[in-house]
Design a protein around this ligand. Structure first.
Ligand code: ADP
Ligand code: MG
Length: 238
C-alpha cells in the first residue's frame, strides 16, 4: 500500500514560507512527478513526505493514518539519492544490504532480497565490485537496489539522473519506468526536466514558488494548461 495524502502541508524556514499550505492526493501505485524550476520547493516537499524535514503546518497521511509524527525510518518509504551517496569502501552487495542490516533483517532474508533486486536491476554479476568499479548507470542501479530491498510502500526520487550524461539518462528513465510497471509501487519522482515529467508520469504536479499550479496527466496538462506558467513550462522546447 502506498497512498499518500497531504492536508494543508506548509513549510517555513524562519520567516520565509517556502511551501504555502497545499493539499495533494497520491494514489497507491501511481507514478507521480513533481516538476518545476530550480528553487520552487520540489526537494523540500519530497523531504517533508520522507520525514527528513518537519512540516510547519498540516498533516501527512500514509494509507489513511497520520504519519506526521513518525521518524523517516517508520514511514515505510524509501528515498533514492543520487549514486554518489553509495559507500565507496563497501561492495555492491554490502551497499544494498546496508539498510537491511540497520533494520535487523536476518541474513537469509537479506540474501533473498539482494538476489531479487540484483536480478531486477541487472546487477547479478557486479555484486562483489565496489562502486568505483561501476559505470554511472550501474551505480545508480545500486542506489535503487538499496531502496528496493526495504520493500517500501513508496519510492521517493530526487533528481536521481541529474549527474548522468544525456544518453544514459534516457536509458535509466526507461529502466525506472519498467521497474514501476513490474513492482506497481507508488513512486514520487522530482525533476526540473519537462521531458522526464512528460514521459514517465501517470500524474504531474507542476510547482511554482512552492505552490501547486496544476495537477494532471501529461496529456491533460499538454491539452489544457491552466495558465501561462504551465503552458510555458510544459510546452517549451528544451
Ligand atoms: P528545488 O528542489 O525545487 O530546487 P528546494 O526545495 O531545494 O527547491 O528549495 C526551495 C526553497 O527553499 C529555495 O528558495 C531554497 O533556498 C529554500 N530552502 C531549502 N532548504 C532550506 C533550508 N534548510 N533553510 C532555508 N531555506 C531553504
Ligand atoms: Mg531540489
Amino acid at each position: 500500500m502506498g497512498r499518500i495524502t497531504l492536508e494543508g502541508v506548509a513549510k517555513r524556514f524562519g520567516d520565509v514560507e517556502v511551501i504555502p499550505p497545499l493539499n495533494l492526493d497520491i494514489e497507491d501505485g501511481e507514478f507521480v512527478v513533481f516538476v518545476g524550476p530550480s528553487g520552487c520547493g520540489k526537494s523540500t516537499l519530497l523531504r517533508l513526505i520522507a520525514g527528513l524535514e518537519d512540516v510547519s503546518d498540516g498533516r501527512i497521511l500514509i494509507d489513511g493514518s497520520d504519519a506526521t509524527p513518525l521518524s523517516p525510518a517508520r514511514r515505510g518509504l524509501a528515498m533514492v539519492f543520487q549514486s554518489y551517496a553509495l559507500y565507496p569502501h563497501m561492495s555492491v552487495r554490502k551497499n544494498i544490504a546496508f539498510p537491511m542490516r540497520m533494520a535487523g533483517i536476518d541474513e537469509t532474508e537479506q540474501k533473498r532480497r539482494i538476489d531479487n533486486a540484483a536480478k531486477a536491476l541487472n546487477l547479478t554479476d557486479y555484486l562483489d565490485r565496489r562502486p568505483g568499479q561501476l559505470s554511472g548507470g550501474q551505480r545508480q542501479r545500486v542506489a535503487i537496489g538499496r531502496a528496493i530491498v526495504r520493500e517500501p510502500s513508496a519510492f521517493l526520487f530526487d533528481e536521481p539522473l541529474s549527474n548522468l550524461d544525456a544518453a544514459l539518462r534516457v536509458g535509466m528513465r526507461l529502466e525506472i519506468s519498467e521497474l514501476h510497471n513490474r513492482l506497481k509501487t507508488t513512486m514520487i519522482y522530482v525533476t526540473h526536466d519537462q521531458v522526464e515529467a512528460m514521459t514517465m508520469a501517470d500524474k504531474i504536479v507542476v510547482l511554482h514558488a512552492g505552490r501547486i499550479e496544476q495537477v494532471g496527466s501529461p496529456l491533460e496538462l499538454y491539452r489544457n494548461p491552466r495558465n501561462v506558467f504551465v503552458a510555458g513550462f510544459i510546452g517549451s522546447p528544451r
